[in-house]
Design a protein around this ligand. Sequence first.
Ligand code: ZN
Length: 287
Amino acid sequence: MRDRIFKLLLVTGFLFCLHITDIMAAYANEEPLVNVSWQWSKAVIQNDPNLPDLDGGSENSSRKLQQPVDLRILQQRYPDIFFLQGPTDQKRVALTFDDGPDPRFTNGVLDVLKQYNVPATFFVLGSRAVANPDIVKRMQNEGHVIGNHTYSHPNLVQESDLKTLERQVTRTEIALNDIIGYRTKLFRPPYGFLYNELVEKLREMNYYVIAWSVDSLDWQEDPPAVIASNVVDNIHSGAIILLHDGAEASGDRTNTIEALRQIIPTLQEQGYEFVTVPELLNIPFMK
Ligand code: ZN
């Protein structure tokens, strides 16, 4: 009898172990985990006034953390304001760049876009826009669209505070309006970290949330050919492509610039047309 109970316990324990990762994944995807304990390291504060750093740490350190809610789930919950990609019936794609304006790399990105006469969408940080208004003006003058990527790049889930979101977004909206003369309707969350209440707050603030369907993983700083193939190998009609023109103080986006010289002509040869995010999604981008 005791033997049988022991065996039963053994089997139950084994089955539980088999499914523990599924159970954890389902839990992580269902509800906002605002109380998870993050393995966290803050970026080193540095002193360049033109390069305010990312409050939530580098893409490299943060993207390894568990995504609080899968972006595909948020897209299904909020299909009218949350976008991963555009319509798939036309060979159109959108390049998007986060974390600038960065005086070290953004002009290099703009030079390549200009060379190929390709428009893009830049999700800028308010703090960096205020420090580098001329680069933001250059984006606008050269036909690119500008979106809001918060003021200082906090981890909005770690902060777990609607007031933080509101403050960060509004401060950026006002700062950008002073430079470009309009209030943008486009928002991209730092690290792609969001949960229901934050999306609902953004809706209330009259924003569209722009995620992505193709991740270049350029923040890993692999060689340009690797970054390019991350994009080209996964491309599809309607793709929103995630790249970075800005980096943390110790980061480098030189390889992103070089990768663009491969990505743009390759996709053009395949018949893809580059458009801005609001063109791709057919949505307004000014409030
Ligand atoms: Zn970012």
